[in-house]
Write a protein that binds this ligand. Sequence first.
Ligand SMILES: O=C(COP(=O)(O)O)[C@H](O)[C@H](O)COP(=O)(O)O
Length: 323
Amino acid sequence: MDDRVHPEVRRTATEIDTMEIRGAATIADAAARALRTQATESDAADAEAFRAELRAAARALYETRPTAVSLPNALRYVLRGMSSTTVEGLRQNVVESADEFCARLERAQADLGEVGANRLRDGDTIMTHCHSTDALACVEAAVEQGKHIEAVVKETRPRNQGHITAKRLDELGVPVTLIVDSAARRYLNDVDHVLVGADAVAADGSVVNKIGTSGLAVNARDRGTPIMVAAQTLKLHPGTMTGHTVDIEMRDTAEVVDDETLVELGNPTVQNPAFDVTPPRYVDAIVTERGQFPPESIVTLMRELFGEGTSEPWAEPSARAEP
Ligand SMILES: O=C(COP(=O)(O)O)[C@H](O)[C@H](O)COP(=O)(O)O
């Protein structure tokens, strides 16, 4: 890693990489805070050195996990604020942008929750996959509206993020039934909605989320269970408007099977994709802080928010298309 990257930023990058910090919104929040630290602690001699240092920090954070677009979107948001020509001015720019970003993220999630809660009726049961703070915001708002909600929670192998969801729902007073992933179809008849989050939403309305989401969505459609994706606009992937595809992270196979067992099994090839892509035809609604959208119309919102596209967050300003 680049020497100019502050130890706190390195630590955040490592924690994102090892998934101590995980989930698209939480990763974005941590990345913005890390850039803030880089700025406040910087002893750069001049404005040019300061900018280069911040870009190096952004790159270190970006290179941790490739799929959640909230990460480059967060880095871009913070770096874009650097308009001053002095070190002190730039420091102030970054602090203000990072604080504004984190506040907006929190507000967007709360607003999204209100929109999503309107889709949930008193007495409904949801099925969840993985752990999504955007999805949980919808349940939280519904509970605050006095609705009784129950949940069937998929454990979400190999990392069992369903356990985090179960705990959080319990804290909200939502009764939980925990199931293994392969039992999902069996329980789809008992639920009123599938409710998941997103790491990225593409311009055609495809939803990139935890591996297993697409199979769940296909089964849900077959059973007639509506599938709702809670994704604040931070999850919209600007690059997909200009034809880029979303990179699906392949994680360490040790998450699936330990070395000893692997040898016992005769050393089979193991694959561990972390995410998959659900085509728009399997999604009923994408719930954002700007309202809910059928997946096919999300591109209109993307154009409004991003213009026609953006480049890497650490690019020189002259090489960037300003949104
Ligand atoms: O797929 C995951 C997390 O994957 P991982 O555990 O591999 O990071 C979540 O559904 C999305 O990131 C949305 O989360 P949020 O709504 O909190 O942004």
